[in-house]
Design a protein around this ligand. Structure first.
Ligand SMILES: C[S@@+](CC[C@H](N)C(=O)[O-])C[C@H]1O[C@@H](n2cnc3c(N)ncnc32)[C@H](O)[C@@H]1O
Length: 219
């Protein structure tokens, strides 16, 4: 695993075995904020959303979400699944609080130190449940309002992007629930539509990908 600075000054990780980055090299922070916070969380009408993230990774999305929970005074329950948890040494090197919110450093580390497989309330408005497990085999219960779909790219990990898995995610979403992902490939869009989502192609993050996808479960 190698650490790399991205175009907006935030760091990401590079996995040589997969030849894949954890985030966009055009800006890790910019990407996460745009796709998951602005197009996902802020777009959701749910008063106290239950979020499901596929791929906890560096905890960047979780941290940004916890900051938004505080800003909006909105209670958030955040479930995230990760098959390969990172070690604390790597997390410290990424040093996200320094660039994003130095005064919330403690919150960032509470998220990372939170016990796996049992919900932990780490701030007034934010409870996190980190599942150490394999997304392709896990049975989620129903009741999510927002899904942050943040797996490695379909070319690198095709098993994470299957029709069956998108069908299952559609099933566990509440009505008006949404799923956002950075991947705008036609094949992914069609799988989401087949699962039942109404899919929008939205502008990508500034300086990054041209388009991203958001699926909504309309009933
Ligand atoms: C694009 S990165 C996620 C980035 C993450 N959301 C973040 O903010 O850092 C994809 C993540 O999916 C994880 N992953 C890979 N295969 C998985 C699987 N079968 N089940 C759950 N997580 C998996 C990887 O270890 C990696 O952390």
């Amino acid at each position: 695993m190698e650490i790399e600075k991205t175009a907006d000054g935030s760091y990401t990780l590079f996995v040589p075995e997969l030849n894949e980055h954890y985030h966009s090299v055009k800006g890790a922070l910019t990407e996460s904020e745009h796709i998951f916070i602005n197009m996902g969380l802020k777009h959701s009408q749910a008063t106290s959303p239950h979020i499901l993230e596929i791929g906890f990774g560096t905890g960047l999305n979780a941290f940004l979400t916890s900051l938004e929970a505080k800003k909006e005074n909105r209670n958030i329950f955040y479930t995230t699944i990760e098959k390969y948890p990172l070690d604390m040494e790597t997390i410290k090197l990424l040093d996200y609080p320094k660039l994003i919110a130095p005064e919330e450093s403690e919150l960032f580390y509470s998220i990372h130190n939170a016990e796996w497989n049992s919900p932990q309330t780490v701030s007034e408005h934010f409870t996190i449940e980190k599942i150490e497990g394999d997304f392709t085999e896990y049975n989620f219960s129903k009741g999510y309002d927002i899904i942050y779909f943040d797996a490695f790219a379909p070319e690198k990990q095709p098993e994470m992007w299957s029709q069956t898995l998108f069908d299952n995610l559609y099933e566990v979403l509440n009505d008006n629930g949404i799923l956002t992902t950075y991947c705008a490939k036609g094949v992914v869009r069609r799988m989401l539509q087949k699962a039942g989502f109404i899919v929008e192609r939205l502008a990508g993050p500034p300086g990054g990908k041209r388009e991203i996808l958001r699926g909504t479960k309309k009933k």
